[in-house]
Design a protein around this ligand. Structure first.
Ligand code: CP3
Length: 358
């Protein structure tokens, strides 16, 4: 490991908190912090499609830096999406205007799963790896870490089978129930691709990783989660255990089986907004650092309401810490909304830094 990354690990409040070490203030970053709520982002997107921005290292790097330069978050997250790794596996992905992501050739049979490729990340996601090299060359000297990320296998499988977002996940669940061998093969292939991609992100300079399992908890009950998801997530986190960087295990809608989510692995638990922070944290173990969990809708309100909700999260984190628990990383409980006022973001970042300075 090179010297600058070592220095970053000792000085960055975000990376220190990830390792359970004390910090001078509570570090903060926001899921989807580079995005449409920022005029600078919309200006770039007016000229280039989503896949163009992701596929052009200079543009992806510029967008990644926008929120850091505007608001001073304690970590950047590389600008990409969880879905582009599916392209090299054989999927025809489009970010359709107003519709969100669409896959034009979703899986409809076990034969479709058998035909999927598992290309190496250097070939499949080379532009994002190049963007990581550009961003870290800029940020490491400034003392700011970069988070790499990928989707967890269930969340990716749900897009690959449904062909887009879903409310019921009925096609995905039908595949797992009626063709368990094809499900196993699909999940294995996704784990193979994602492990290589995440490791290559570290090799390119990412100093932390986050795995997004956005939809498993909304789709599956406890028994199906344990049977059809957990073994693959366990393998994924086990394969990432020796990269030398902390791994954040983020999911949503998993409140009823958070203990089973934590059992999958990861160094930091990313918690959604559905349970009060300390209640969720208790269920995953107070000795593990936790990230979250302000409801992103709070950022759409006026400051007094927003402040009350921020104070509640901070007070619950302080209580855990006072009782001997691990450090807290402030974040939202899910991604920021595009209609979030920029001034609320600025005020939130400054407030968390000032209110927690010790
Ligand atoms: O956090 C960041 O700033 C890094 C960039 C990032 C994006 N997507 C950019 C994006 C990250 C980490 C993601 C992850 C992602 N993408 C997830 C997991 C996190 C979560 O929110 O649960 C999921 C499920 C996706 C899939 C996805 N991508 C959806 C459902 C959509 C459409 C909804 C939407 O917000 O428009 C996208 C598009 C997308 N990904 C945009 C951005 C900035 C909007 C694209 C645009 O029109 O500019």
């Amino acid at each position: 490991m090179n010297k600058t990354l070592k220095t970053l690990q000792q000085t960055s409040p975000f990376l220190r908190a990830c390792r359970g070490l004390p910090t001078d203030y509570t570090p903060i970053w926001l899921m989807r912090q580079a995005g449409r709520y920022m005029p600078e982002y919309r200006a770039i997107r007016a000229q280039h499609s989503m896949l163009d921005v992701i596929g052009t290292p200079e543009l992806a790097a510029a967008v990644t830096l926008q929120p850091i330069d505007a608001f001073g978050m304690d970590a950047a997250i590389i600008f990409s999406d969880i879905l582009p790794p599916l392209i090299g596996m054989g999927f025809n992905l489009e970010f359709a205007k107003g519709e969100g992501p669409v896959i034009h050739n979703p899986i409809t049979s076990p034969e479709d799963v058998a035909a999927l490729r598992t290309p190496p990340a250097e070939e499949n996601m080379g532009a994002t790896l190049a963007a990581i090299r550009l961003v870290t060359a800029e940020l490491t000297p400034r003392g700011i870490p970069l988070i790499g990320f990928a989707g967890a296998p269930f969340t990716l499988a749900s897009y690959a089978v449904e062909g887009g977002g879903s409310k019921t996940y009925s096609k995905t669940k039908a595949l797992m129930y009626t063709a368990p061998q094809a499900w196993d093969e699909l999940m294995r292939k996704l784990v193979t691709v994602q492990v290589d991609y995440l490791r290559q992100q570290v090799a390119a300079g990412a100093s932390a990783l986050q795995v997004f399992d956005s939809w498993a908890g909304l789709a599956l009950g406890l028994q199906d989660y344990v049977r059809y998801v957990q073994p693959y997530n366990k393998r994924l986190f086990a394969e990432l255990a020796h990269t030398g960087v902390p791994v954040i295990n983020f999911s949503t809608g998993t409140a009823v089986y958070l203990d089973q989510v934590a059992a999958c692995g990861g160094d930091v638990m990313g918690l959604d907004w559905r349970l009060p922070l300390d209640m969720a944290w208790q269920r995953v173990g107070l000795d593990k650092p936790a990230q979250g969990n302000l409801d992103p809708v709070a950022l759409l309100t006026e400051w007094p309401e927003l402040q009350e909700r921020v104070d509640d999260v901070l007070a619950r984190a302080a209580k855990v810490r006072a009782g001997g628990g691990a450090p807290h990383i402030f974040n939202l409980g899910h991604g920021i909304f595009p209609n979030t006022p920029v001034d609320n973001v600025r005020r939130l970042i400054d407030y968390v830094h000032e209110a927690t300075a010790r």
